[in-house]
Design a binder for this molecule. Structure first.
Ligand SMILES: [Zn+2]
Ligand SMILES: [Zn+2]
Ligand SMILES: [Zn+2]
Length: 295
């Protein structure tokens, strides 16, 4: 237990460091993007702003998102992650649209950016993101693994800016800057919209995994004496912690300890699914279902 806590703490500290690094660099990028007049840098700046926001919320959550449930927030605070992801998506969509309004007109009328400044920022970008990826790669939590993968992608993005700024030192192709910017922004938008949809589904209490939903139903129906399941609702607090409610219809009577053995079988069946909250209603065949419209 002690070990686990101190591991969480160092993980939290690593994420905190990367967050501050990223935020500082984002500010440099926005200023640098304006000074160098490079839309590719601006696209990267918007992307890094999104990264800073998600790192910041990951950091906050690693500190107090794990707080236990109370009488008012009976499910705890896990859904804060969803809220963070939602805000992040909105910022990224707005930022991407702004970059596109800057970059698209330049496709027909390219403006040469200050390539020396671009080069310097790109070197800084590769260094900072490379360092952040290296720091996070020491972590073993799921959060850190996802972050690490993402930071490596960021290094690649900056290598692209680096290559373009080197090319622009030698040739007069200013269109490369808005081209890179538009390409990069469309890539960001594609990912944001995908995440936005995934988050939205969790908000709307969609089944987190159709196969899981079917498998649970199948396994429960396999228990001897269970003839039907209705009002089966499987939803997720945050994509990781799932909640299940269901009505199980039992054949025959529940006397002579059958009620207890039934409950034991249900508990045994549900155990491997590691659900966070389960509520099971046991109904007799002739019993009237309290909830409206069976489904
Ligand atoms: Zn990133
Ligand atoms: Zn229902
Ligand atoms: Zn029922």
């Amino acid at each position: 237990m002690h070990n686990h806590n101190s591991q969480d703490e160092t993980s939290s500290r690593r994420i905190g460091l990367v967050f501050l690094l990223n935020l500082g660099f984002t500010i440099i990028e926005f200023i640098g993007g304006l000074l160098t007049n490079s839309t590719a840098i601006m696209a990267d700046a918007v992307h890094d702003l999104g990264d800073s926001l998600s790192l910041g919320s990951a950091w906050l959550l690693s500190r107090w998102g794990q707080k236990t449930a109370n009488n008012e927030f009976t499910y705890g605070y896990r859904r804060l992650t969803l809220f963070g992801a939602f805000l992040n998506s909105i910022v990224l969509i707005a930022g991407s649209i702004w970059v596109l309004t800057q970059a698209i007109p330049r496709l027909s009328e390219p403006v040469m950016p200050v390539t020396e400044g671009m080069l310097a920022l790109a070197i800084l970008g590769v260094t900072i993101n490379g360092f952040a990826a290296y720091r996070i790669s020491k972590g073993s939590t799921m959060n850190e693994k996802v972050l690490n993968w993402h930071l490596l992608e960021d290094v690649l993005g900056w290598i692209a800016v680096l290559v373009v700024s080197v090319i622009l030192q030698f040739v007069d192709w200013p269109i490369l800057d808005p081209l890179l910017s538009v390409g990069f922004t469309l890539f960001i938008l594609f990912n944001v919209i995908r995440n936005f949809w995934a988050t939205g589904k969790i908000f709307l209490q969609a089944v987190p995994d159709k196969n899981l939903h079917d498998e649970i139903r199948h396994k429960l129906l396999h228990i001897d004496g269970i003839s039907d399941i209705h009002h089966q609702h499987l939803w997720s607090l945050d994509g990781e912690q799932h909640v299940l409610t269901a009505h199980l219809v039992i054949e025959g009577s529940l006397e002579n300890g059958r009620y207890n053995s039934m409950k034991d079988s249900v508990a045994e069946t549900l155990k491997p699914f590691s659900l966070a909250h389960t509520t099971i209603e046991i109904e007799l065949k002739q019993e009237y279902c309290r909830d409206e419209s069976a489904h």
